[in-house]
Design a protein around this ligand. Structure first.
Ligand code: AHM
Ligand code: MG
Length: 336
């Protein structure tokens, strides 16, 4: 009977979020409308990514194809789709995209109460070989709709009201938290709907995997180097961890969330702030990790406590299973 209920009682992402919002009597459905525009963007990118090889959508921005039409690189195209979808939702006021140098301030006539920070297509160096890539987003609430500024997005990650990512992989999976746990939805291509497939995701307390670009090892700081050494040569009698690294943050974090373990993008001598961007990479993923029972640390503090001063600022990050992140925190504490 349970199986039958699954087949006939369809829990779409919209229905799920409406259920959640109905617990807040003051909610007027604005978040649901905003989310449906984000979901539309994700479906578009999913479809474009799946057709990329065929449609020759890949290639350099500005390059022309055989028909002489301008071709857009997939990440440029994805960005335009998200920006337009978010503005037309009528629910946004400030947008920060990895693709745009400056923040976008929505025209007052279309302004709503949410700020969205996003990376429309992360890991795009992986497109040409068909490896999983993704969209990452975080959502803040504006303080005063009639008086918006960059300060509305230069907020610590703990002020986000929601965060998520969509992974374009062997299936298209959207993982979302509105601050009340984490849920995963998988796109059913025949329905064109994201269906709840991973309710209430919790990350294992400790994992058997670690995920880092070891090619940077010669430039690592001592705590990172010690931590990775411990993963390979544990001295407490435990088994060594396995290394998994895709080089696509959404895919590496998704695996970490489901299987447990730790993902590291540390500082190194070449890049003292690491590589990943605070607003639309580090914060949303840290928000999801904490909501799933894990942790996220910058090497100095809880990642979600960081107060950014620039929209494209970078930060080192260590995130994943609670106990694994505890270990790297202890190594940094011992440094001081
Ligand atoms: P991108 O924004 O240029 O795509 O770079 C971000 C990506 C992340 O998805 C991934 O975690 C990281 O870069 C991998 O970096 P590296 O190639 O240095 O290991
Ligand atoms: Mg990126």
């Amino acid at each position: 009977h349970a199986a039958d209920a699954h087949r006939t009682d369809l829990m779409t992402i919209t229905r799920h979020v409406l259920n959640e919002q109905s617990k807040h009597p003051e909610s007027k459905g604005d978040f649901t409308i905003l989310l449906s525009h984000i979901v539309l963007g994700c479906k578009f990118v999913c479809s474009a990514v799946n057709k990329a090889g065929l449609a020759k959508l890949i290639g350099l921005a500005g390059e022309t194809n055989v028909q002489g039409e301008e071709q857009k690189k997939l990440d440029v195209l994805s960005n335009q789709v998200f920006v337009k979808a978010l503005i037309s939702s009528g629910r946004t006021c400030v947008l920060v995209s990895e693709e745009d140098e400056e923040a976008t301030f929505v025209d007052p006539s279309l302004r709503g109460k949410y700020c969205v920070v996003f990376d429309p297509l992360d890991g795009s160096s992986n497109i040409d070989c068909g490896v999983s890539i993704g969209t990452i987003f975080g959502i803040y609430m504006v303080k005063d709709k009639d008086n918006v500024s960059l300060d509305d997005v230069l907020q610590p990650g703990k002020h986000m009201v929601a965060a998520g990512y969509c992974m374009y992989g062997s299936s298209c999976t959207l993982v979302l938290s509105t601050g009340n746990g984490v849920n995963g939805f998988t796109l059913d291509p025949s329905l064109g709907e994201f269906m709840l497939t991973h309710p209430d995701i919790k990350i294992p307390k400790r994992g058997k995997l670690y995920s880092v670009n070891e090619g940077n090892a010669k430039n690592w700081d001592t705590p990172t180097a010690k931590f990775v050494e411990k993963c390979k040569f544990p001295k407490d009698g435990s088994s060594p961890k396995s290394l998994r690294y895709i080089g696509s943050m959404v895919a590496d974090v998704h695996r970490t969330l489901l299987y447990g373990g730790i993902f590291l993008y540390p500082a190194d001598k070449q890049s003292p702030n690491g590589k990943l961007r605070v607003l639309y990479e580090v914060f949303p993923m840290s928000f999801l990790m904490e909501q799933a029972g894990g942790q996220a640390f910058t090497g100095e503090q809880r990642a979600l406590d960081l107060v950014p001063t620039k929209i494209h600022q970078r930060s080192p990050v260590f995130l994943g299973s609670y106990d694994d992140v505890e270990e790297i925190k202890a190594l940094y504490a011992a440094e001081e």
